[in-house]
Design a protein around this ligand. Sequence first.
Ligand code: 8YV
Length: 316
Amino acid sequence: IYITRRLPEEAVAPLRDKYEVQMWEEEAKSVPRDVLLKEASSAHALWTMLSDTIDREVIEQAPQLEVISNLAVGYNNIDIEAAKERGIIVTNTPDVLTETTADLAFGLMMMTARRLGEAERDLRAGEWKSWTPMGYVGMDLYRAKLGIIGMGRIGEAVARRARGFDMDVLYHNRTRRHESESMYGFVYAELDELLEQSDFVVVLAPLTEETRGMLGADEFAKMKETAVFINVARGEIIDEKALYEALKERRIWAAGLDVFAKEPVAMDHPLLTLPNVTTLPHIGSASIKTRLAMMALNRDAIVNVLEGEEPKNRLT
Ligand code: 8YV
């Protein structure tokens, strides 16, 4: 079993008695490509992270590989087709991260709309000289209209939280969620309609060929000038350059971003120069309980496959 990033020993220990486990020992740096290729060539199982590219080349160079288990619900880092062709089982970690990621999405909405990061930074930098009547004024969440693009498990968990803030919820999704419409009153909208009407636009769709670049200049132009845009899904779903232009020219009010097209984001990225951008380092699922639950799912899936049993959360 090859693990591509140092994980807590409590997550890995149960494997050690029975299997030969190798692990890339650095926690803060992803496994170099040459090491990954070499380790994959003798591995029966790969325990991977979102920061690893498991493409056709890796898969073709791994003749004994039976399972790839990814520490994320998203799996855009893995060539699913190539794995399928080889009969390799790929698994992910849905469900256990739903509520934690929805909490983060709400936190980022609050942080961006009420300028919390900016206010804290200024206070710590000694900039709090005086209370001012219009200092740090932002946008309200309560009773605002929330538009969710991608109404999967996490989208729905965000929408449920929104009810506590008396928000109206619009959603756009490939398929209608009739049950949540009748149970919670969420309203389906075409993308244009959602962009035009929402005070908060939150992206929660997976990165696929269909969603790559789905929000660009035209879409940002449709949003309200007072709109707050939030991305907790994948950076490549939006055209970052178009978002930069929209924010710089104040065609939309602010953005909160937990994800970027290229991560870690370069310190000279134009979006980081804007005062109306709030950023986080891709921490959607980062609670202790959730990360350990995700690891347990990976570990169980790997053991299941190696023992010839059916794993949970199979993607191939
Ligand atoms: C992960 C994520 O924290 O699950 C996903 O798809 O983006 C996050 O939950 C991150 O990708 C860790 O691998």
